[in-house]
Every structure is written in structure tokens, then in C-alpha cells.
Design a binder for this molecule. Structure first.
Ligand code: DX5
Ligand code: ZN
Length: 225
């Protein structure tokens, strides 16, 4: 799936008083997915948005909604996020006791299922679940806040994941990266084999967010080898 390159703006860094408008801006600029950072103040030290916000944003765009659940016991809320219109749902395996059951449930609802690796979570955590998931979200910062710096070791992790995908015959799995992605590092990250690029502050804090979406997409797509 090397050639799939998608930009997923994270609305965490958008202006919350005009979320609808912010989403329209990135959609018109060519964004592929809207990344929703759901934090509960327990799994991570921050609280963001919940189900009612997702519901009210849903009619405003046709782009897929990618819910990144940074919450404990994600299984308690997954059905509601699906009802609210999420197309992709990822959760942190260390926040969930029965990961296989949850992945199974998400997929049974026609939604793409992903699991998330924190910076210190090894790739081999995926050894068993890899047979069932649709995508892996690799955190390139510690979850909880936007605007942090990309952890360079992440590139090695992407390479390890690609090896595991090859070994298990799961080259169809999409690799999503989240944290510190900007116009200066996206080309290198893309060359490592990443498919979906989450970008929050680099897009929404840019002078011209629409221009930044286009720039990121262009740099992710036309990488030098
Ligand atoms: C962090 C979130 C990220 C965050 C990325 O916990 O998962 O999605 O919004 O923000 P930037 O792109 O600013 O690092
Ligand atoms: Zn995220």
C-alpha cells in the first residue's frame, strides 16, 4: 500500500469556536481525513471533545472521521463513536483489556479498526493483533497535547512495522503517524512507508492552513528516494 498518501488534519489545534469552518477550509484544500483526538483526562493528562461534538460535526463534511481514542476502557464508548459517524477508530491497547474483541466489534460495524503504539510501546506488541487490524497508528510524540516535537526514533519503528507486516503477509495494513509532522519532516517520514499523516499545529497554526494542507500533501506524495 506504498502509494496511499493521505493528510489527516487534527482539529485539536483548530479554533474550537469555529470548528465547522476550519474543517471546510481543510476539506477544500484537499485533506483526506479528519482526525479527532478524544482525550479523557485519565489515559492522558488532557480533556478534549466527546460524542456530541463529533455528532454535530458529522453533517458538515463528507470526509472520513478518524477517531483516535486516548481514553481508558475504550470499549465503553466505541459504540457511541460509531453511531456518531466515525469511519475509523483507533485505541491504545494498554487502555483496553480485550483488544481482540474490540477490534472484532469495530470491524463488525463496518468501521476500520486501528491500534495505537506510544513512543515506548514496542512493535512486537502487535505480533498477534496484526492479523486482525486495518491500520496502525504510530505516535511520534507522547499522546496528550498538540504542538510537540517529532521523536526521530519513530522512523526506525516504522521500518520495524513494515518488516512485521511483510512477515505476516499484511502489507495491506495502513500506517498512520501522529505528532510533530510538518513541512520539514513529512517527506522523510513518507519515504519510510507511512500512509496517513496526522498534522495539527502545523496546519491550523499556519498563516494559511489551506496552503499548508496542499504543501504537506505534495511533499508526502512526491518523495525523493
Ligand atoms: C496528540 C494527538 C495528536 C495531535 C497532533 O496526543 O494525538 O493528534 O493533535 O498535533 P501536532 O500535529 O501539533 O503534533
Ligand atoms: Zn491523534
Amino acid at each position: 500500500m506504498e502509494d496511499i498518501k493521505m493528510i489527516a488534519p487534527s482539529i485539536l489545534s483548530a479554533d474550537f469556536s469555529k470548528l465547522g469552518q476550519e474543517i471546510k477550509t481543510v476539506e477544500q484544500a484537499g485533506a483526506d481525513i479528519i482526525h479527532l483526538d478524544i482525550m479523557d483526562g485519565r489515559y492522558v493528562p488532557n480533556i478534549t471533545i466527546g460524542i456530541p461534538v463529533v455528532e454535530s460535526l458529522r453533517p458538515l463534511t463528507n470526509l472520513p472521521f478518524d477517531a483516535h481514542l486516548m481514553i481508558v476502557e475504550p470499549e465503553r464508548y466505541v459504540p457511541d463513536f460509531i453511531k456518531a459517524g466515525c469511519d475509523m477508530i483507533s485505541f491504545h491497547m494498554d487502555a483496553c483489556v480485550h483488544s481482540h474483541r474490540l477490534v472484532d466489534y469495530i470491524k463488525s460495524q463496518g468501521v476500520k479498526a486501528g491500534v495505537v503504539l506510544n513512543p515506548a510501546t514496542p512493535v512486537n506488541t502487535l505480533d498477534e493483533i496484526i492479523h486482525y487490524i486495518d491500520y496502525v497508528l504510530i505516535m511520534s510524540v507522547n499522546p496528550g497535547f498538540g504542538g510537540q516535537r517529532f521523536i526521530p526514533q519513530t522512523l526506525e519503528k516504522v521500518k520495524k512495522l513494515k518488516i512485521l507486516m511483510e512477515e505476516t503477509g499484511r502489507m495491506d495494513i495502513l500506517i498512520e503517524i501522529d505528532g510533530g509532522i510538518n513541512e520539514n519532516n513529512i517527506a522523510e517520514v513518507s519515504s519510510a512507508g507511512v500512509n496517513i499523516f496526522v498534522a495539527g499545529s502545523s496546519i491550523f497554526k499556519a498563516e494559511d492552513p489551506a496552503e499548508m494542507v496542499k504543501k504537506l500533501k505534495q511533499k508526502a506524495t512526491f518523495t525523493e528516494v
